[in-house]
Ligand binder design. Structure first.
Ligand code: AMO
Length: 438
């Protein structure tokens, strides 16, 4: 066949580039690879360059070329040959190596080594480069597929994507974890969630979703809290009660897991991810029953109004053992444990709920208050000034139907799916109490 690289007839058009993963389909042919120097080895007369591109890695064998430092951007021309020891069973016998951008110093850690072997702080300090490790690349790909699956499912169900402000006048979730911003001399905040706006938009489209960062000035430094995370928000109108919210969530999570497993199979395999149990119905258990169950069955008494992390873990174990599910809904949260917009049941409880996945909360949601007088009362009960929510409250005087929704924390879901011990590594550039760079 003609050489796509040197054929003068095609010299004026960009040469056809082959991806590392496609070498087996080009056995015996000339190819052009482009990527980064992932690793290099010098065995006397023969030099090996492992090239990494967006699809994976390819072994290239060179005779005399000088191989630049790892992470240099290069292009390699040569002929594909079977090689049982090479990754994927094929290598490129190279006759030309061109350096597109030479690395001027070695990477801060050896990127080809399994990334989680290095100290987490070092990896995060040099994240601009360590984000290139195959594990980090696979993780961000899985996260992207999860968001794609979220959108695809909801688009099919006639939801409309919305875009709400991240600079806001008041916090929606209560609590002290607000980042304050100087807004033209006035006090503003970074949005803790799109909660109030997604509710307002229910009166426009009935069914809405948003995928956007939210900000929490979390005081606690844990492996499951970030100062900035991606919130996958859903809100739907004309529901009967919170069971509709759970039904939707269950179908959505099942679809997200299945599609991600189909589309990111190589990445999930590389990360050693275990497919979750999603086929069985997700059990639903009221909070008080969950606390009692964890105490009776596992001898653990949960502290606080909510379930503590250990109680969540044990409840996850129960769901798997008794219901064959990696997911479990915790329902009927007490008013004291939920934000003002949660639908109260009049007995101190609410139609607020959480979804626990593999023993960790990954979503919160439920039915919302749609009566403006109840909303004002709920704000006042929590010592919040209704005047600060005037724009929001107004909407409820113009016919808000019964509605509800939920939000998934993308990094928590990603970390739990691929087995990361720390949610920071589920985000390319995590923000926490001590990290603002890179
Ligand atoms: P909530 O505050 O419970 O609910 O957040 C929803 C989900 O977001 C994730 N999450 C976090 N992830 C990383 N770092 C954090 N600091 C963090 N905080 C929360 C969790 C959690 O389950 N407006 C409501 C949602 C709703 O009712 O629709 C809300 O934001 O996975």
């Amino acid at each position: 066949m003609s050489d796509p690289v040197s054929d003068p007839a095609t010299a004026s058009v960009p040469p056809h580039r082959t991806l590392a993963r496609d070498l087996p389909a080009h056995d015996g042919e000339r190819v052009l690879l482009r990527g980064w120097v992932h690793a290099r080895r010098d065995l006397g007369g023969v030099r090996f360059l492992v090239l990494r591109d967006r699809s994976g890695i390819a072994q290239c064998v060179l005779r005399d070329a000088r191989i630049p430092l790892p992470e240099s951007a290069v292009e390699v021309r040569g002929t594909v040959a079977a090689s049982p020891k090479a990754p994927g069973g094929y290598e490129v016998q190279a006759d030309a190596l061109d350096v597109l951008a030479e690395a001027t110093e070695p990477p801060p850690v050896e990127l080809p080594k399994a990334s989680w072997h290095a100290a987490p702080d070092t990896l995060l300090q040099y994240r601009a480069v360590t984000v290139r490790t195959p594990d980090a690349q696979a993780t961000s790909k899985v996260a992207a597929e999860l968001v794609g699956a979220f959108r695809a499912f909801l688009d099919d169900e006639a939801f409309t994507e919305i875009f709400t402000p991240k600079l806001v006048a008041a916090g929606a979730e209560g609590g002290a974890d607000l980042f304050e911003v100087d807004y033209y001399g006035k006090r503003a905040y970074l949005a803790q969630s799109p909660q109030l706006y997604k509710q307002i938009m229910v009166a426009v489209h009935e069914r809405v979703y948003e995928t956007a960062p939210v900000f929490r000035a979390e005081a606690s430094h844990t492996v499951r809290h970030l100062a900035e995370y991606l919130s996958l928000d859903v809100e739907v109108g004309f529901i009967d009660d919170e069971n509709d919210v759970m039904d939707l969530q269950e179908r959505l999570l099942r679809a997200m897991v299945r599609r991600t497993w189909a589309r990111a199979a190589p990445e999930l395999e590389r990360l050693g991810a275990e497919a979750p149990w999603v086929d069985a119905p997700f059990p639903r258990i009221p909070l008080l029953e969950a606390r009692a169950l964890v105490a009776d069955r596992y001898g653990h008494t949960s502290g606080g109004k909510d379930l503590d992390p250990e109680a969540e873990r044990l409840l996850g174990r129960w769901a798997r053992e008794e219901h064959g599910s990696d997911f479990v809904f915790v329902t009927r949260y007490p008013e004291a444990a939920r934000p003002f917009y949660t639908y109260p049941t009049g007995d101190g409880g609410t139609r607020g709920l959480d979804l626990v996945f593999r023993g960790t909360e990954i979503t919160s949601g439920g039915q919302r208050v749609h009566d403006p007088d109840v909303l004002v009362a709920e704000l006042e009960k929590r010592g919040m000034d209704p005047r600060r929510f005037e724009g929001y409250l107004e909407v409820f005087r113009h016919g808000m139907p019964p509605h509800g929704g939920f939000a998934i924390g993308l990094e928590r879901l990603t970390a739990l799916l691929v087995g990361l011990p720390n949610v920071r590594f589920a985000r390319s550039f995590p923000r926490d109490g001590s990290r603002l760079h890179p």
